[in-house]
Design a protein around this ligand. Sequence first.
Ligand code: UT7
Length: 329
Amino acid sequence: MNKEIRAKIIGVGNYYPEKILTNHDLEQMVDTSDEWIITRTGVKERRIAAPGEATSHMAAKAAKEAMKNAQILPSEIDLIIVVTVTPDMNFPSTACFVQQRIKASNAACMDLSAACAGFPYALCVSQALIKSAQYKTILVIAADKLSSITDWKDRNTCVLFGDGAGACILRPTNSNKGVLSVYLGSDGRKADLLYVPGGGSLNPASYRIIDERMQYIKMRGSELFKIAVKKMVDCAHEALKLCKMTTDDIDMLVPHQANIRIIKAVGKRLNLEDKKVFINLEKYGNMSAASTVTALNEAVLKKVIKSDDIVVLSTFGGGLTWGGAVIRW
Ligand code: UT7
């Protein structure tokens, strides 16, 4: 028996809002076409949260599913980490609102911001806290209501994003399963390739911010594209290297779901057959960090990922940030 303690995912849950926005709906809103969106991105439709439905509402619903699957009570959770770039409010943390909704009264709560790459960041924090025995039952939720920061007049971005939440419960294990390695990286020099310039402390909310549409996502897509492919390949390799594995060991790659062309290029460079790359972005678009978690959870719930499989996560996003992880399921 391997005596090393590590974090293991013991239950997962997803939530998607009911409303579906199709490419045909977008054709009525901006100068675009279903054909352009499918060939350039792979996205066919995405979910949009209802009015009044915030990130914490979606996160709490995903969390309840994960608790049910893990067969644990809310009172057993001792830490809640919400990964998001669309918190309900600047403060308190969205994790505190989730705590309220799921009645996890024994938990400490915090948000983590690492944009689309956020899930490996949360796994890294959870792994360290579980290894050090500070926490025993950690609820990680990646949730975003990107529709609230999407400029519905900008065809360069509005066709890409959607809303949703994915949750998982982590517990210590001394078996050979669980999180084997995490590799993270960032490059703050390129922050202006993908960001929301208005609404924070630099450019607080004002009539000017609204007039200049600075409360919405700004993105330089084609520049990001090339870096995304490189970094997602690199971080998969680095995470594998940390646990002395190679791409031959991969049973399933779960990449960030930003663009089918990025995912295909990453799969090819890692020498993976198509069946070893999990893709679900056609139904949901890019939901920031929630994309990777919900994709992982969907693969698990559909039994595409099975016990003992080596699963590699590979993510990239605003910051810039990137992160890879290797999990033995
Ligand atoms: O999640 C975080 C990480 N995100 C990413 O890594 C995103 C990476 N980038 C991408 O996925 C792609 O760059 C996009 C999907 C955003 C754009 O695809 P692209 O192939 O890089 O297109 P482009 O931006 O170079 O634009 C090509 C053309 C332009 O027209 P001209 O200048 O060639 O006449 C755009 O104006 O496509 C036009 N275009 C559109 N046409 C129809 C841009 N958006 C649209 C649209 N419908 N929605």
